[in-house]
Design a protein around this ligand. Structure first.
Ligand SMILES: *Cc1c(COP(=O)(O)O)cnc(C)c1O
Length: 338
């Protein structure tokens, strides 16, 4: 029995066709800038998103860190969501490695950061304060697509205040597919964007940071400093390239399956459906039955993450099909109705 793994969309394994593309990749030493597959891929992502340059890096965490360190200097500050990945789930890298002070801002329910709260958090130019230099947003945020009107307003706000604007677009393509627009329509409001290829797009490894040539030159230097200068990375770029060519439009299937999963789970007494956004479903279950539920689901070949109580997040992806959704709903039902 195949396991249906709903813990995250990072668990996908490369398909046979993706593996074939990796084996065929032409490679060179990327630290010398000589890997043709990497060069073509990062340039293509930059062009598709409307930027001058791109940099292929091992992880989304490193991509965001390089962006923050390229926008900001020691003693600068960035405004960021209190529940944003760069602030909360990246080991505090901006502060630890970049000497950049984060200024967390509480999110609205849709994931946006209210402009009045951002305005109030900008520090005066005075030696007492860190220098507020950058605003970082996240889209999708916990599966939610930031409203287009908000992106426009945040862009104008950042311009007026002289702030750079970075997007953690780990799931940018999910946002684009859900909105029915090209990813560049979302990316255009930003000075830099980080995109993950190792989430729902199904590549084994890799993110791309895009921005101006000057920004990406800085980021390339910081990548080397951070130990991210890699060599024949074209093997991995080929996988990400394959994902870009073949796995973007199909994200709609993940969203539809998440909706089906939410509808199925929502009918089960004992499961409280909190919401479904793009490829994520959020539910509450009685906390005292959680361990028992986890054991039951494992027995039925279903994996969930129970790490972030009290709410459970179930994530659909390339390796979850209709049968997997049906089996998951059936496993929850048999637990709560036995
Ligand atoms: C996964 C994720 C990242 C980081 O990606 P890694 O490759 O796991 O380092 C950054 N931001 C968001 C929103 C993510 O979901």
């Amino acid at each position: 029995m195949d396991t249906i793994d709903l813990r995250s969309d990072t668990v996908t394994r490369p398909t046979p066709a993706m593996r074939a593309a990796m084996l065929d990749a032409e490679v060179g030493d990327d630290v010398y800038g000589e890997d043709p597959t990497v060069n073509a891929f990062q340039q293509r992502v930059a062009e598709e998103l409307g930027f001058e340059a791109g940099l292929f890096v091992p992880t989304g965490t490193q991509s965001n860190l390089l962006a923050l360190m390229s926008h900001c200097e020691r003693g600068d500050e960035y405004l960021v969501g209190a529940d944003a990945h760069t602030y909360k789930f990246e080991g505090g890298g901006a502060a630890v490695l970049g000497s950049i002070q984060p200024q967390p801002i509480p999110h609205d329910v849709d994931g946006s950061l209210p402009l009045d709260k951002l305005a109030a958090a900008i520090k005066p130019v005075d030696p007492h304060f860190a220098r507020t230099r950058l605003l970082a947003l996240e889209n999708t945020w916990h599966g939610r697509v930031l409203p287009a009107d908000y992106l426009r307003a945040a862009h104008d706000f950042a311009r007026e205040r002289g702030l750079g604007l970075h997007l953690d677009g780990a799931r940018l393509f999910n946002a684009a597919i859900a909105s029915g627009v090209k990813a560049g329509e979302i990316a255009r409001y930003f000075d830099s964007v980080s995109v993950c290829f190792s989430k729902g797009l199904g590549a084994p490894v890799g993110s791309v940071l895009v921005g101006s040539t000057a920004l990406i030159d800085k980021a390339r230097r910081w990548r080397k400093v951070a130990g991210g200068g890699w060599r024949q990375a074209g093997l991995l770029a080929a996988a990400a390239q394959y994902a870009l060519d073949h796995h973007v439009d199909r994200l709609a299937e993940d969203h539809a399956r998440a909706a089906a999963l939410a509808a199925g789970l929502g009918e089960i007494p004992g499961v409280k459906l909190l919401g479904q956004f793009t490829n994520m479903v959020f539910i509450d279950v009685p906390a005292d039955r959680l361990r028992e539920l986890d054991v039951h689901l494992r027995g039925a070949g279903v994996r969930i993450s129970i790490g972030y109580l009290p709410t459970l997040r179930l994530v659909t992806h390339l390796d979850v099909d209709d049968e997997g959704v049906a089996r998951t709903v059936a496993a929850f039902r048999s637990f709560f109705t036995r």
